[in-house]
Write a protein that binds this ligand. Sequence first.
Ligand SMILES: [Zn+2]
Length: 52
Amino acid sequence: MKCDICGKAMAQTFLEKLKGTFVKDVKGKLRSVCFECQSRFRDKQSLLQQIK
Ligand SMILES: [Zn+2]
């Protein structure tokens, strides 16, 4: 799975849990955001603005 902001593959923990988060965009589609982008953009609003 790739990050919807930077396009990099998302890191996984040893339990195959993705490091990162998921946010719903305006259309209600679930978008993946990697750990790095999640820490760059603190709130959900600015995360969504980065997703094309
Ligand atoms: Zn990213």
